[in-house]
Design a protein. Structure first.
Length: 475
């Protein structure tokens, strides 16, 4: 029986058509993957079903009865919960307050008791009274998942739920999904990760350019076929040629902060150094320390040249959401865009168009607010900023998070071009295959300490995971 049926859904933002007749049918107790390139309309459709965005036209049925979902409260009453790709948590409130928003009768110890089972279910080991603003992005992701579980929804929309999770937390989420499925809960799983889609889902619906291309049973198709439906062509991954590294451009000696404990490594020009670790291992804190955002309590940093940082949290630490695409892209090189104190818009557009082509940036206009772009294209704007700035060292904190399989190739090529151009690149990633593919060496952190350093030739996912959990001698 169909739990949800969405037919001929249309939505436009200004002159941009986000959805052009999209449809989705979900059965009770199934995991239904929703896939497509960045800008295909996946998140827009999910927001419409969750009541945070109103469709221009179309029809939605729950249990074969027409319904109107005008607000998130409407969706919740209908048994629909959502985990957004761009987390919608109240950062000035505690973890518990985020889970029980709207339940004023829960206070103090009762609130903690209510929250604890859901936090345990997602594996978040922190006090319910901890402020959300003090958590990492990965920990915030777990809070969002716990909140969705707490609503007892019969349909949960998960928009890139593992984008900031390392393998241990992702495995816990997969077990949760299996348990929800056994209880008859339906999951709409929005993801770009083909391994997850084929591991978890019963069916796959593909969107392209705001329209539904088709739906297939996962067991009766292959990843290559789904990718072809998504992008309209076969995806050919490039084989990376060996790179040659030069002199040391960054040297870190026994670096310590509130989170890091005696971290040491060096980075050469022309090298991509990967950083792996579980949520809370200190990956993002390393970038914050190098960039002067966290106070260094010990050790030394020696660098020759400039440093750029693409942060993990693009919305709160990277982008000015109310500013245009072009303005965001040129923030780091604003003096270069000016004459006599005035920004030369033609020069600004020319520079952004150049790097935008390299990254495969898709937007209706460079004058549009960056908030109107898909999450993946927002990430490309942030990366474009540093391509324009041309630093000697670039710290990339999960730059391909929430980016589709076709666009990831653009990101990987950009990283390779930077390294071959003599830049030193530090790449943090939650995806072990990404690290193995892109990096020359991989540094592994566990609880703020370096537990292993692997060359590309010797690195395997098993070795990295063992070092990330400090499970014996990973080497």
């Amino acid at each position: 029986m169909k739990l949800l049926q969405a037919d001929d859904i249309h939505k436009h933002y200004g002159g941009a058509q986000a959805l052009r007749g999209a449809s989705l049918s979900v059965r009770g107790g199934e995991v239904h993957a929703l896939v497509g390139e960045n800008g295909a309309g996946k998140s827009t459709l999910a927001r419409i079903l969750a009541g945070s965005t109103r469709a221009d036209s179309g029809r939605i049925l729950i249990d074969e009865q027409p319904v109107t979902i005008a607000t998130p409260r409407d969706a919740q009453r209908l048994g629909i919960g959502i985990i957004y790709q761009e987390l919608d948590l109240f950062r000035h409130l505690t973890v518990a307050e985020n889970l029980v928003t709207g339940s004023v009768e829960l206070q103090g110890r009762r609130m903690d008791e209510f929250c604890r089972p859901f936090l345990d279910a997602v594996g978040l080991d922190c006090s319910p009274r901890r402020m959300v603003s003090t958590l990492s992005i990965g920990q915030m992701q777990l809070v969002a998942i716990a909140r969705a579980l707490s609503t007892n929804a019969q349909l949960i929309l998960m928009d890139e739920p593992t984008s900031a999770l390392f393998e241990d937390a992702a495995e816990r989420l997969f077990a949760l999904i299996a348990g929800l499925k056994r209880r008859g809960v339906a999951i709409v799983y929005v993801s770009h990760k083909m391994d997850e889609i084929f591991r978890l889902s019963d069916r796959v619906t593909v969107l392209r350019d705001g329209m539904t291309v088709g739906s297939v049973e996962t067991a009766r198709t292959r990843p290559a076929s789904v990718i072809h439906m998504m992008i309209g062509r076969d995806l050919e991954a490039e084989q990376r040629e060996p790179r040659t590294s030069g002199e040391v451009v960054l040297s870190v000696d026994r670096l310590s902060t509130a989170k890091l404990r005696g971290v040491s490594f060096h980075l050469r020009r022309g090298e991509v150094l990967g950083v792996a670790g579980l949520v809370g291992s200190g990956r993002s804190e390393l970038g914050a320390a190098l960039f002067g955002m966290d106070r260094v309590t010990g050790g030394a940093i020696h660098q020759s040249g400039t440093l750029g940082l693409v942060p993990e949290d693009r919305r709160y630490q990277g982008l000015m959401m109310q500013m245009s695409v072009a303005e965001n892209g040129t923030l780091a090189v604003l003096p270069r865009m000016q004459t006599a104190g005035f920004v030369k818009r033609r020069r600004e557009r020319r520079e952004m168009e150049r790097v935008g082509r390299q990254l495969g940036l898709h937007c209706r206009s460079l004058d549009d607010a960056v908030s109107t772009l898909s999450g993946g294209n927002q990430q490309k704007v942030l990366l474009a900023r540093w391509l324009l700035a041309n630093p000697d060292v670039l710290f990339l904190d999960d730059p391909a998070r929430g980016i589709d399989v076709g666009a990831k190739e653009d990101i990987y090529r950009a990283i390779d071009r930077l390294a071959r151009g003599g830049k030193g690149v530090i790449l943090v990633s939650s995806e072990l295959p990404e690290l193995v593919r892109c990096c020359d060496r991989i540094l592994v952190l566990c609880e703020g300490r370096v537990t292993a350093m692997f060359s590309a030739a010797e690195a395997t996912q098993e070795k990295i995971m063992a070092a990330a959990t400090n499970a014996g001698d990973a080497n």
